[in-house]
Ligand binder design. Structure first.
Ligand code: PBG
Length: 338
């Protein structure tokens, strides 16, 4: 309902808005949005080794896990009702090259992690990021030639990366690179190889944001990144452009779209859900997660309350789901509340 016309009846003291808020049961009756474990997607960081649980200093409460520990952690997430995870690699620095060849090595860390998780937990959905930044020696999502991030050559590599991930058993390919035409190219390659049932969740409207900082620490791309990502990620000043980006990705065959970051872009989520009505996801990114954690640590507010209020904001804006580092904690709280 966009316009609130007066009915002629709704005047104080006849109308008292506080009546509907007077008790927990009335508040539950009139609640317009609900959060459930089904809304949560859990991003996780995988690292080489066994028994490794390596804390990420800029993301308190988040650890890089070796495959064995990750399989166990994913089992817990599944038990809590979380439908899917998004998996990111911390790549050994020696494997980073200008051609990002490790991205399409069928035996790379991501592919091994996908196989191990699928073997133990076939019922949980696995989302894999497609972009070259964890594998590129200059930290960019695309190949760099003479200082330019080249589009079409990058798309060819992204297709190879998507294919090895699909072969390993990945359920959802999530291109986060913002190259033009990559959804169509990846869809074509997947279909050609017999993976017509593998989904695509495009990072359709992804902004050149400072809030990715802690993530770049987590995957080890921050220290190697040369320059910024403004020639491919969007300008935070724009919102009509996000509509165009999403329209293109839908036309190219994406099944779901994502807006990223989330919290500072609730207006974009709202517009996109209203404009297209397609499954729309928000990425509550690393810097947004860190803000709440660090502010709570300083005594500004209670962490759990701030986190749950934040997740509800995404639902209110129209998101069908939220990628959040707090997914497991949120699912535990939801279980306790039910
Ligand atoms: C890689 C990628 C990034 C994130 C997800 N995939 C970082 C970037 O584009 O620099 C950020 C996620 C987060 O900050 O939580 N292309």
């Amino acid at each position: 309902m966009e316009s609130m016309k007066s009915t002629g009846l709704g005047h104080f003291p006849l109308t008292r808005m506080r009546r509907n808020r007077r008790a927990d049961w009335t508040r539950r009756m009139v609640a317009e949005n609900r959060l459930s474990a089904d809304d949560l997607i859990w991003p996780v960081f995988v690292v080489e080794g066994t028994g490794v649980c390596d804390p990420i200093s800029t993301m308190p409460g988040v650890d890089r896990l070796s495959i064995d520990l990750m399989v166990a952690a994913v089992g817990e997430a599944k038990e809590l009702g979380i439908p899917s995870i998004a998996i990111f690699p911390y790549t050994n620095p020696d494997l980073k090259t200008p051609d990002a060849a490790e991205a399409f090595n069928p035996d790379n860390l991501i592919c091994r992690a996908v196989k191990a998780i699928k073997a133990d937990h076939p019922e949980i959905g696995i989302i894999c990021d497609v972009a070259l930044d964890p594998y590129n020696s200059d930290g960019h999502d695309g190949l760099v030639r003479d200082g330019i991030i080249v589009n079409d050559e990058t798309v060819e590599v992204l297709c190879k990366q998507a294919l090895v991930q699909a072969e390993a058993g990945c359920d959802v390919i999530a291109p986060s690179d913002m190259m033009d035409g990559r959804i169509q190219a990846i869809r074509g390659c997947l279909d050609h190889a017999g993976f017509e049932d593998v989904l695509i969740m495009s990072y359709a409207a992804k902004y050149a944001s400072v809030f990715y900082g802690p993530f770049r620490d987590a995957v080890g791309s921050g220290s190697v990144l040369k320059g910024d990502k403004k020639t491919y990620q969007m300008d935070p000043a724009n919102s009509d452009e996000a509509i165009r980006e999403v329209a293109l990705d839908i036309d190219e065959g994406t099944d779901m779209v994502m807006i990223k970051p989330g919290l500072h872009y609730l207006d974009i989520i709202y517009r996109i859900k209203n404009a297209f009505g397609v499954p729309t996801y928000a990425y509550n990114v690393s810097g947004e997660y860190a803000m709440l954690r660090l502010a709570a640590k300083e005594g500004c507010f209670d962490y759990n309350s701030a986190m749950m209020e934040t997740l509800m904001a995404f639902k209110r804006a129209g998101a069908d789901g939220i990628l959040t580092y707090a997914a497991v904690e949120a699912a535990k709280l939801l279980k306790k509340m039910s």
